[in-house]
Ligand binder design. Structure first.
Ligand code: KG4
Ligand code: ZN
Length: 339
């Protein structure tokens, strides 16, 4: 089954053609990062306008790179939640128009479900059940993936997401948006023991996270140095900050895996590209003889091939929309809305 998928939930306009949920025939991503950098983050209205400008051409490129025409496509898929509502609506309306003109069915896909499905693209043998750490710019979840379309959230952030925390830390160091990747690169050059950041402690939190204290803590460290007119050791701050965030994420994740007896783990979302997170988790899983899946770095960030992958499994379970399909800024990964 060949699916043409669209992703426009934030600031990437993406289209891909995916076969049977596992084989990428083409994948095109148009990033808007440069257009948002002067605002220090994503400017929602600008994002929607840029999606409108890019979406037709990106879709045509995905089809031509796959050497296919619309006649060869069996179904359409689109991210319909969660995300920036204006951005989501561009993708949803585009796909509805395409469905109207071609008669092809539309499969609505949850953004975090698609991030998890990036694991099936990287390793077609990998399958549920498993425990997944989903860490992106907007979410930090520990999710039991009981089946391809059955999820249980057992931990999540109570304030900022991990990616947002990295981006804000990077911004306070004067690095351009989105700073997470750059912070990761600079951290490789620094000393992770140079600065002390305390791991957040929540009472009665289960596997939940809280990142707002860490964000304040790096801002305070930088202010202290500035007040003393001391140089800012950017690389050391990046390394020390990355270490505490990664230790914190993995601490809760591994505890959850142990408590719930999972021996099969995965990571997903933009932050799953983080080098230290990947390195440390690989070590932990090797030591314990646990199976670990990590999407290739190119599949960690937003893309449409992961949407095409998840859409295949949603289709098999009958999750097909009619023309009342709508977009939602917020929606739990556990839920399905039938249109
Ligand atoms: O999943 P994603 O592409 O978009 C959302 O759904 O939010 O995640 C983007 C987030 C950004 O906050 C970005 O800074 C972060 O992922 N990110 C990283 C790395 N690469 C991307 N954070 C830490 N280390 C990285 N290597
Ligand atoms: Zn994402």
């Amino acid at each position: 089954m060949i699916i043409l998928a669209i992703e426009s939930s934030c600031d990437d306009t993406a289209a891909a053609v995916v076969q049977d949920g596992q084989k990428i025939l083409s994948s095109v991503v148009a990033s808007q990062i440069e257009k948002h950098q002067k605002f220090g983050g994503v400017f929602p209205e600008l994002a929607s306008r840029n999606h409108i400008a890019a979406i037709s051409q990106i879709t045509e490129s995905a089809l031509s790179q796959a050497k296919l025409r619309l006649d060869d496509i069996d179904a359409l898929a689109v991210t319909h939640a969660p995300g920036l509502i204006g951005s989501l609506l561009v993708g949803v309306n585009f796909i509805k128009g395409l469905s109207l003109s071609t008669g092809l069915p539309v499969i609505p896909v949850h953004h975090l479900r698609s991030h998890i499905a990036a694991n099936y693209l990287s390793d077609p043998q990998f399958s549920p059940p498993f425990l997944c750490l989903v860490v992106s710019g907007g979410h930090s979840h520990i999710v039991e993936v009981k089946d391809y379309c059955q999820f249980k959230v057992i931990g999540k952030t109570r304030d900022d997401a991990a990616g947002e925390t990295f981006d804000k830390a990077a911004r306070s160091l004067g690095l351009p948006y989105p700073g997470g990747v750059l912070l990761d690169e600079l951290a490789e050059l620094g000393n992770e023991d140079a600065f002390k950041f305390s791991k957040p402690k929540l009472t009665d939190s289960g596997y939940d996270f809280s990142f707002s204290g860490l964000k304040t803590s790096i801002i305070n460290q930088i202010h202290n140095l500035q007040q003393k007119k001391a140089p800012i050791p950017t690389n050391d701050l990046c390394a020390s900050f990355r270490k505490v965030v990664v230790d914190y994420l993995l601490g809760n994740f591994i505890k959850a895996a142990e408590d719930l007896h999972y021996r099969k783990l995965a990571i997903a979302g933009g932050v799953s590209a983080n080098s230290l997170l990947r390195q440390n988790l690989s070590k932990i899983c090797t030591q314990r003889d646990w199976h670990l899946s990590m999407p290739e770095k190119s599949l960690c960030g937003d893309n449409a091939s992961m949407v095409g992958a998840q859409a295949y499994f949603e289709f098999l379970r009958g999750n097909i929309a009619n023309f009342s399909l709508n977009a939602f800024a917020n929606m739990s990964i556990e839920d399905v809305i039938f249109f």
